[in-house]
Unconditional design. Sequence first.
Length: 269
Amino acid sequence: MTENKKASTAIFAVLRISAVCICSLLTASFIFTMFCGIFNPGNILGTIICVFVILLSVCYPKLRRNKVPRILAKTSAALIMCFAVYCAVISGLMISGMLNAPAYAVTASTAGTAPTHTVIVLGCKTINGVPSPMLELRLNKAIGYLNAHGDAVCILSGGHGSNETEPEAVSMKRYMLDCGIDGNILYTEERSADTAENIAFSRDLIEEKGLPADVVIISESYHVYRAQRQARLAGLNAYAAYAEPGALFPTLPTYWFREIMAVTRDLLF
C-alpha cells in the first residue's frame, strides 16, 4: 500500500469514526426529546438520518467489496456530505442572526433611531393555560426587556392549538400580568398557528392600533434569523432578542434541525 493510499485510508477512517460519534450524540438528544413528549420533524427525521449515517459508516468497509453495494454506498456518502454542507450553511445564517440580535435590539431602542418600539413575543405551547418551559423563557426575556425599556409596547402572538385550552396569547398575557407588567401596554394576537402568521397578524395589529413599526421579536436563539427575515419581508423594521436556553439546552439539536428545515421551506416558497 502506497503512502498516499495509507493516508487516504486513515483520513477516511477518522471521518467515519467522527460521523458515528457525532450522530450518536445527536440521536441521544433526539430520543431524549421524544421521551420528554416532544415529537416533531426535527427529532423524527433527525433520528432516521443519524441512524442511517451510523449504519453506513460502520458497514462501509464491507459494502466496498462488491460493485453494486459500493456504488450505492459512495452515492449515499456523497449525498450525506452535500446535506451536511447545506446544513452548515443554513446554520451559519442562523448563528449570524443570533450574534447580531443583541446589538440590533439595542439599536431598536435607542432614542433618535426608534424612540418607541413594539416588542413581539412569538407564541409556543401552553399546558392547561400555563406557559411551557420554552414559552416561559421567552416571556421572562420579554418582561426583562419591557422593564428596561419603559417606552415599549408588547404584542403577545399565539393562537389556539388543538391540544390547548385557550389561545396562547391569552395565557401569555395572564403570565405577564401576574409578573407585574402593565396591561395597558399588552396587546394579544390570538389567531396565528405558525411563525409566518405570527408576523403577518402582528403586523395587522400594529397597523390597526397604530403601534410603532420598529419591532423587537423575542423567541429562541435559533429562531431569530427566520423570524426577523419574515418580519422584514412583511415591511417591519425588525430586530430580535432571544432567551437563553438554560435547562432546555439538551433539546436544542431537535429544534435546531427543525429550524433548518423551516428556513429551507421559507427560502423555497
